[in-house]
Design a protein around this ligand. Sequence first.
Ligand code: BV8
Ligand code: ZN
Length: 267
Amino acid sequence: MSRQDDMPAFKEIFKAAKHVVVLSGAGISAESGIPTFRGSGGFWRSYKSQDLATFGAFRRDPSLVWEFYHYRRELVLTKKPNPAHHSVAELEARGDRKVTVITQNIDGLHQSAGSKNVIELHGSLFKTRCLSCGQVQENRSSPICPALHGRGAPELETPRRDCIPEDKLPRCSDCSGLLRPHVVWFGENLDKQVLDRAGEELEQCDLCLVIGTSSVVYPAAMFAPQVAERGVPVAEFNMEPTPASHQFTFHFEGPCGTTVPEALKLD
Ligand code: BV8
Ligand code: ZN
């Protein structure tokens, strides 16, 4: 068994691969300036991101949760894809193999880099869903509604400004129902079609790259180990080992903005 950081061995396999799945997490966007969940950036005001990413939090305080998502929308709108996103998009554009991105991220940076074949497991910051009629819409308005203009600062507000009344939060253009971000919150099921599509790609791929994920959130955390169990090579790109690293053929340590372009260079 070659060493996990054996780049020549990886290159051999990579050159021959005909169906590559890229499984990405928040770490692929870190060098674009978007905080990850579990790093220091995993906080907003005094809240852990995952405490706000629940339907219960939204029901209890839709104004606070919308401020959180508005902040992230506005942040992402000022950020650009980094060389890791670009090298994945360039690999797909080469057209000499199938490349599918399965991302846990909701920032849309893979698509901004030019990736076409992208499965967004957890939805998108730039889509809304109506709680009344269920309509899903693309929405890149900045701000998404007048009441959120200038709101969402990550620093604690003392005293906290009053909640935005629900009727001033984002409303459905069709039925004026309250809108929520079209993202998968903790405790919510992933979309069945999305899961089925991801499952097919994971079943068919002959190489899987796992980039910038702590592999602690399910079901996404099971995907790359499932590929490894099929005896298909998996290469992990991360700043540090993860709970899944030992199951993978390769582990390339370092910032993926450097390690991924290096690995995907087809000399
Ligand atoms: C589900 C969208 C069935 C929203 C996200 C109890 C009750 C209910 C559920 C559960 C429960 N216990 C467990 C569960 C399941 C739960 C879960 O897994 N919880 C975890 C915390 C244990 N999962 C769910 O709830 C899922 N649904 O299971 O449905 C069900 C239903 C009901 C009851 C039970 C089961 C839904 C999960 C989806 C949640 N939504 N995002 C939003 O973004 O606001 S998850 C969100 O967090 C991300 O999408 C992503 O998935 C996750 C963050 O993980 P990462 O992307 O890996 O990011 P992280 O910061 O953790 O790591 C960054 C990595 O990058 C690190 O390894 C770091 O080293 C590395 N890195 C950093 N910089 C770089 C780098 N690497 C390279 N280069 C760099 N420069
Ligand atoms: Zn509606």
